[in-house]
Design a protein around this ligand. Sequence first.
Ligand SMILES: NC(=O)c1ccc[n+]([C@@H]2O[C@H](COP(=O)([O-])OP(=O)(O)OC[C@H]3O[C@@H](n4cnc5c(N)ncnc54)[C@H](OP(=O)(O)O)[C@@H]3O)[C@@H](O)[C@H]2O)c1
Length: 277
Amino acid sequence: MRTVRLPGGDEVVALGQGTWRMGERRAAHKDEVAALRHGIACGMTLIDTAEMYGSGGAERVIGEAIRGQRDRVCLVSKVLPSNAGRKRMKRACEKSLKRLGTDYLDLYLLHWRGGVPLDETIEGFLALKEDGRIRRFGVSNFDTDDMEELWETPGGQGCQANQILYNLKRRWSEASLMPWSRRNGQPLMIYSPLEQGRLPASGALGAIAAARGVTVMQVALAWVLRHEDVFVVPKASLVAHVDANLGALDITLTDDELAALDKDFPPPEGGAPLEIL
Ligand SMILES: NC(=O)c1ccc[n+]([C@@H]2O[C@H](COP(=O)([O-])OP(=O)(O)OC[C@H]3O[C@@H](n4cnc5c(N)ncnc54)[C@H](OP(=O)(O)O)[C@@H]3O)[C@@H](O)[C@H]2O)c1
């Protein structure tokens, strides 16, 4: 499995697994656990979740999936902005750990910016790190100006990743955030790389998939994975989808294919505002 180096020097796999919408339906539980376990067995050992997902339900599904193999997995969870003050963060983290059935998180992210000042959130992260509850911290849905502010905040440069929305239809970050992140050695962790399954099967995307004998989603994922310094967490609750996503690692799009995709999904011109889901 390809890896990406975090600023602290540790490596994470380039292709992990997302879990939004897991833990919401009892009928899907077995499939969700099986998909996550299959992904882990295939090397997609980074798992992304959040206290918000299924109101803790997704963390419970993961807890079951990683039982007996915690050490193989890199666990990422997110704290809600309303819990991002020092005291509330400690409580929120402990609840996440309990649901996940572990005593530490590999990476803990601020889900998006809210009303709590950044310095207080960083203090909370550093206290959890000191206690061994989390190994690393990061942010999500931060645009360039947020990252610049984070950089000015004491301890803020300890951030290990910024998780953002990026796919063929959502190229806003190419204008400013992606170059800023590269300049500052800050890897981007990509969410919704498949636009939640809503990418068109027509046009260049469909044509490239048909010509290669792969699916539209595999081409879309390969397009995100063409950046060697990002790591990606598509969500799949079916084993067949996990396998298909893994197959995207073997697809290297040609310059002609990339140019055809640029025509249908043009890159941003000039400034482009932060997009979130
Ligand atoms: N930080 C944030 O604010 C934020 C926001 C959104 C998401 N996220 C994280 O990023 C993860 C991924 O994003 P997402 O869940 O929004 O969307 P996504 O990964 O773009 O798409 C997930 C959807 O695509 C389907 N799918 C997956 N692989 C497929 C394949 N090979 N072929 C066809 N369909 C496929 C899934 O179906 P099945 O489930 O039926 O397999 C699901 O419906 C989330 O789960 C979450 O962990 C973070």
